[in-house]
Design a protein around this ligand. Structure first.
Ligand code: RBF
Length: 224
């Protein structure tokens, strides 16, 4: 099913056939997410009014303004009641990280994660997150770990070095500890971008918490 083409001026992003998507193929830059065994396709659309034809297709149509938050995986009804969760959150850029932490904890509690099964530790900056996550993984044996931080571009390339090192180190800890680690480190160009992602328009904290629930659930299913 060919659902549109950039030449029609409707879709900003390259459209591709549902069949190729379902087979697991997507061209570079194609926005899609694989979740719950299904492919969810999200297209960024310039003129929403002209998109009636797409309403009944297997395509989620979003406007440009909505695109960033809506291309995130949708929340699923996962009960957090059985899970142990470990969170490490940086203190650097506290006004933003504090908000991420509140949002994430709120989602986890509402999903049923018990207070006694939720461990939160704070570290000076994002650079310290991987070590804290590793300690949490060893000491508490949680189902899932969540690292929260906000790195904002500064005058030097320091922020880039930290962002890259933290990303790699979190993956390493996850694989070494055989525990899923959610990378909840927001990397922003400036404070306005960080504010969008942590204080309002885009609820990254909730998104990270939902990813944590999904990975904890996966761990339980696969360990059976
Ligand atoms: N930590 C963050 O979590 N976010 C930042 O944006 C951030 N920027 C930093 C910029 C500079 C120049 C330095 C020296 C540190 C920064 N840190 C930041 C702190 C860093 O993650 C770490 O705590 C310290 O480098 C100590 O290891």
């Amino acid at each position: 099913m060919r659902i549109g083409s950039p030449s029609e001026g409707l879709l900003r992003l390259k459209a591709f056939s549902w069949r190729s998507c379902a087979n697991g193929w997507a061209g570079e830059g194609d926005p899609f997410r694989r979740q719950w065994g299904l492919f969810q396709q999200v297209f960024l659309v310039a003129e929403k009014a002209k998109l009636d034809a797409l309403k009944h297709s297997a395509v989620q149509v979003v406007t440009q303004r909505q695109a960033m938050s809506q291309s995130a995986p949708q929340s699923a009804e996962i009960s957090g009641a059985p899970f142990k969760v470990g969170i490490a959150a940086a203190r650097y850029n506290e006004q933003f990280v504090g908000a991420l932490l509140r949002q994430a904890v709120d989602v986890l509690r509402k999903a049923g994660v018990k207070e006694r099964n939720l461990t939160v530790v704070r570290v000076p900056g994002s650079n310290e997150l991987p070590a804290a996550i590793q300690l949490l993984a060893e000491r508490r044996r949680p189902d899932v770990l969540l690292a929260l931080g906000v790195i904002i571009r500064g005058d030097t390339i320091h922020y880039e070095l930290i962002a890259e090192a933290v990303t790699h180190a979190l993956q390493r800890v996850a694989l070494d500890a055989r525990r899923p680690v959610i990378n909840g480190v927001v990397v922003a160009e400036n404070e306005a971008q960080a504010a969008d992602r942590c204080l309002g328009k885009i609820d990254r904290g909730a998104e990270f918490a939902r990813a944590a629930l999904a990975m904890a659930a996966l761990g339980r299913v696969l360990s059976k």
